[in-house]
Design a protein around this ligand. Structure first.
Ligand code: AMP
Ligand code: MG
Length: 327
């Protein structure tokens, strides 16, 4: 089976082609272009969607060339139907619908967050993990039970990605800027006390954001270091509690913030204490990408026909714990 996946939920427009043989998937191409706002600014949905429209055909062509395939060879096309920004989601959906209707290819709407998890499982080999999904759109701890991902903890306000990006913008970077903050944080070891807010198995980051902004006036590097230490310690605490509760023997971290080395180090230590295997999605596939959508579409095609064009949809809020997983 050969699938094309299209991702366009937020800042990234990406197309990927994966060949599925049995349970194995080989990524033949994954091309992405990321919309960058001006320094100090966040994503403007209309401008991001304009970016996606302008580059969509070149990204698709490059993807087909790199995969050494043609549209006629594709067995399915899948697109990220949500959650995400409406104007951005519509671009990917329109490209997928056009290909599906013109070339008569079955079409699959895919939940973007499930995509992060399924691609993580494919690439790491984790089989039954506790999942930490940390990205621009999500901060969630999840375990799979009875055909659905169940939420064991989540953020009560902003996500970990938003915390990093909003703080980064306040010191002059453009979103997404987690990597720049990680680089600055590595230049300090001076911890300044910041609010630490864990409520049950949930976390709250908004007070931490305000407090970090105020200490950045004295030292940006100390602020970045202290922000990472505090936010990642909060995450580690809830992961540790969820591991004890669920008795899972695997922890898998996925989503853009999974690229952070300090976070991985802290979670690896937690796993050691619990005799648990630690899996982290490879850096190149941590952030949003077509492969996560493509692979999930291919998995769905094992058990479902594609949807009719009139039933394709996009939805800005689509929680992953409302999706039935039948494959
Ligand atoms: P996603 O929404 O999955 O594409 O993830 C994007 C988020 O990951 C943004 O908030 C980025 O700032 C964040 N991110 C990317 N690389 C890093 C990094 N090295 N450290 C921390 N956050 C990162
Ligand atoms: Mg994402």
């Amino acid at each position: 089976m050969l699938g094309l996946g299209i991702e366009s939920t937020a800042h990234t427009f990406s197309c990927a082609i994966i060949e599925k043989k049995g349970k194995k998937g080989k990524i033949l191409a994954d091309i992405k272009k990321i919309y960058r706002p001006a320094d100090g600014e966040g994503i403007h949905p209309r401008e991001a969607s304009r970016h996606h429209i302008e580059i969509s055909s070149s990204v698709l062509s490059e993807c087909l060339i790199q995969a050494k395939t043609t549209i006629q060879d594709l067995d399915i096309v899948s697109y990220a139907a949500g959650p995400g920004l409406g104007p951005c989601l519509r671009v990917g959906a329109v490209v997928a619908r056009s290909l599906s209707s013109f070339y008569k290819i079955p079409i699959y709407p895919v939940n973007h967050a499930i995509g992060h998890i399924e691609l993580g499982k494919l690439l790491t080999g984790a089989t039954n993990p506790l999942v930490l999904l940390v990205s621009g759109g999500h901060t969630m701890l999840l375990a799979f039970l009875n055909k659905q991902w169940r939420v064991f903890g989540e953020t009560l306000d902003i996500t970990l990605g938003q915390l990093l990006d909003q703080f980064g913008r306040s010191i002059g970077f453009a979103s997404p800027c987690g990597k720049q903050l990680e680089d600055l944080a590595s230049k300090s070891s001076n911890y300044v006390t910041l609010p630490y807010s864990v409520k049950g198995n949930d976390v709250s980051f908004s007070g931490l954001l305000s407090a970090t902004k105020s200490i950045a006036q004295k030292s940006k590097v100390d602020a970045c270091y202290s922000l990472q230490e505090t936010a990642f310690a909060m995450i580690s605490e809830v992961v540790e509690r969820a591991l004890s509760f669920t008795r899972k023997k695997e922890l898998m971290i996925v989503g853009g913030v999974a690229a952070n080395k300090r976070l991985s180090k802290m979670l690896r230590d937690v796993c050691k204490r619990h005799g648990c295997k630690f899996f982290v999605v490879p850096l190149q596939y941590a952030g949003d990408c077509g492969s996560q959508i493509c692979w999930t579409g291919l998995l769905e095609s094992q058990v479902k026909e594609g949807v009719l064009l009139k039933d394709t949809f996009v939805t800005q809020s689509w929680r992953l714990d409302s999706v039935k997983v039948d494959y």
